[in-house]
Design a binder for this molecule. Sequence first.
Ligand SMILES: NC(=O)c1ccc[n+]([C@@H]2O[C@H](COP(=O)([O-])OP(=O)(O)OC[C@H]3O[C@@H](n4cnc5c(N)ncnc54)[C@H](OP(=O)(O)O)[C@@H]3O)[C@@H](O)[C@H]2O)c1
Length: 338
Amino acid sequence: MWLWAAGGGGGGRRPDPPPPPPTSHKTQSNEITDDFAPHSELYERSARGRGRGRGRGGSAREAMRGTAVVITGATDGIGRHTAARLAAAGARVLLHGRTLEKAADCAERLSAELGPGLLHPLEPVGGDLSSVAGALEVARQVEGAGGCDVLVNNAGVFSGGPRRESGDGLELTWAVNVLAPFVLTQKLLASGSVRQHVVNVASISASGDFPWDDLQLERGYTDHRAYSLSKLASIAFTLGLARRLEGSPVTTNCLDPGTVDTKMLRAGWSCGGIPVSAADDEYWLVRDAVSGGDSFSGLYFVGRRLTSPPLAAGDPESQDRLWAVLEEQARRYRPGPA
Ligand SMILES: NC(=O)c1ccc[n+]([C@@H]2O[C@H](COP(=O)([O-])OP(=O)(O)OC[C@H]3O[C@@H](n4cnc5c(N)ncnc54)[C@H](OP(=O)(O)O)[C@@H]3O)[C@@H](O)[C@H]2O)c1
C-alpha cells in the first residue's frame, strides 16, 4: 500500500519568531551572488533549538551540486525560472511539464539559454496533473530516474470562469493544486524517492475555512474561491505532512512565491507582479533546505519571512481531516482495480 497511514506525528509545531528582513537580491542573471544570502539565521536558530542539524555543511553552492530536484509545472512562469536558477547552480533538475514533449522542448530551450556550463543536462518528466493517473505517471518517471533529493510541487492552475471538472470528476483547481501534489508526494515518499525535502507552493490567497460538506464547491463556486481554498489546503497539507515526517530524514515547508507577472496572475488578478526573472523565492527555499536549513519543517514563508499560517490550515484537526479526504480521493481515482 503506497498511501501513508493517517495519524502519527507529534502534534502541531509553533514556528520560531520571524527572522529579520531578508537581504535584497536584484540579480537578473543565473549567477549566485553574495547578496542572495541563505536564510542562515533561521537555520542557526532552528538547528540549535531542535538539535537536529542534518545539513550537509559547506557552502550553498557546494551543497547544490548534484542535488536532484524535481520541479512540477516548470515549463512556464515561476517553475521555469526556478528550474533555470537551480540548474545554473549545479543541481540536477528534473523538469516537469504537462506532456513529456512539452517538458523536453522546454528543457532544450532552457539549456540553450543557460549555455554550455551546465553540470547536468535538464531531464524532462511529463504528465497531466489534473488526474491521479497523471500524478502517478509523473511519480513513475521520477522513480525511474533514481528519485530526487527535493520535490517542488509548483504546478498550479487558476481556472477562470465557470466551474470545470477534471477527468476524474473533481473540481479542476482542487485536482491540480491539491490532490496531485498529495498523490505525487505520497507515492515518492513511499518508494523512498524523495530523500530530503518537499516544497509546496502555496499563496497569500489562502484564506477562509474548509467547507467540509462541499470541498468540490458544487454550490457557490467562484474561481477565486476555488483558488483560495486550494492554497489553504496546500498549507494544511504541508503542516500535516511535517507532523507525519517527524523522525524521518525528510522535511517539508511551503511558501508564497511572491506576486509574479505570469500567465496565471494575468488570468486571475488585475494587479501587476514582479518580473519572472526576479521570482527567486522558490529557489531560495530549495537552496536553504539543501544547504543545511533542512532542520526546519512545517513552516510557511511569505516574502522569505516566516509567517503564521491561516488559522484553518494551522489546525491539526483540519490537517488530519483534509488528509483523510485526500487519501480517499487518491484511492478512489487510482487507475486499475479498486
Ligand atoms: N504568479 C503569482 O503571482 C503567484 C502567486 C502565488 C502563488 N503562485 C503559485 O505559483 C505556482 C506557479 O504559478 P505561475 O504563476 O508560475 O503560473 P504559470 O506561469 O501559469 O505556470 C504554471 C505551471 O503549472 C503547469 N500546470 C498547470 N496545470 C497543469 C496540469 N494539469 N498538469 C501539469 N502541469 C500543469 C503549467 O503548465 P502549462 O503551461 O502547460 O499550463 C505551468 O508550467 C502555482 O502553484 C501558483 O499557484 C503564483
